[in-house]
Design a protein around this ligand. Structure first.
Ligand SMILES: C[S@@+](CC[C@H](N)C(=O)[O-])C[C@H]1O[C@@H](n2cnc3c(N)ncnc32)[C@H](O)[C@@H]1O
Length: 188
């Protein structure tokens, strides 16, 4: 039986190489997004999205997914040391390409920065969702602000852009604009 396509390292915060999570926190604060629910694909071991959301007193609820055991361990340590963060920031371990819609709550904002970066034939070996199917599944869980955010600095941004273009052509998404490295869409 094939193994889960998990993320073997932990990602530390590196603004020069990958500023997307910092830009998301900046965007949330600049737009005054408060008391909303946010799905975040790829927490990093730094967990900056959840930590800044808490420290800026946004009232937002963030659900992060990580495929990295190390990053999950950092989360465990974080909420053990700072349980106040655990109220509004939850992280679960798993492959985003194995999501099941009935197991998910509804979200106002989806940050899908790593579309196309990690999905390989290893995911195929256990019948995982494609990038497009995963994005469609998550769009089906939107409510309220109904925002979908991609990261233009991703090395696989062409994959995200291709999916976004298709969904715009279908009338599922409409472009809203940009913020720093982020490309923002709204689901109709
Ligand atoms: C390069 S790191 C970036 C982390 C963070 N977003 C940042 O920019 O600093 C990629 C992230 O995607 C997550 N990831 C990779 N493949 C995944 C998958 N199949 N399902 C869920 N998360 C995954 C990793 O656990 C990691 O958090």
């Amino acid at each position: 039986m094939s193994k889960l396509n998990f993320y073997e390292i932990g990602w530390y915060l590196d603004e020069a190489q990958c500023p997307c999570d910092i830009h998301l926190a900046d965007y949330i604060e600049a737009q005054g997004i408060r008391d909303r629910s946010i799905f975040h694909f790829g927490t990093g071991e730094h967990h900056i999205v959840g930590i800044r959301s808490h420290e800026a007193k946004t009232g937002n609820l963030v659900l992060g997914i990580t495929a990295s055991p190390r990053e999950h361990e950092f989360y465990e340590k974080l909420v053990i040391e700072r349980p106040e963060i655990g109220w509004n920031y939850k992280v679960f371990f798993g492959d985003i390409y194995q999501l099941r819609a009935p197991l998910l709550p509804e979200f106002d904002v989806l940050s899908l920065f790593h579309v196309g970066e990690f999905r390989t034939e290893k995911n195929d070996s256990y019948g995982a969702l494609t990038d497009e199917a995963m994005v469609r599944l998550l769009i089906g869980r939107l409510r309220g602000l109904r925002q979908v955010i991609f990261y233009s600095g991703s090395y696989a941004f062409d994959v995200a852009q291709g999916i976004a273009d298709k969904l715009v052509a279908e009338g599922v998404l409409e472009p809203v604009g940009s913020f720093k490295s982020l490309r923002i869409f709204r689901a109709r």
